[in-house]
Design a protein around this ligand. Sequence first.
Ligand SMILES: [Zn+2]
Length: 105
Amino acid sequence: MAKEKFWLNIDLRTQRCTIHTANCSHRPHESEFKNVRSIGRDGGWMPFLDYSSILKYKSTHYPSFVLWACRRWDTRKKISEGKKAMGKRARARGVENVESGRKNL
Ligand SMILES: [Zn+2]
């Protein structure tokens, strides 16, 4: 089984999705209303193999949510990974979302 590279923390109450890398100190954890690898009452942590899959999943299931990047994720690396992973049209929107999310952290 391939190993996940990212975890997306989906929060239904704040309507935010936050991207963490797999080696981030924020570890996926279950809580009363949040699950790991599935969505509970308040959301959950979902594993992803690449950045473009995160964007696809997020825009399919939570199109109105804000996409944030964990502040511990190095910004330059984040954007170059994101650009590599995305097609031309998705690129501008995805990176913009990540950057504006970061600005508000
Ligand atoms: Zn993190």
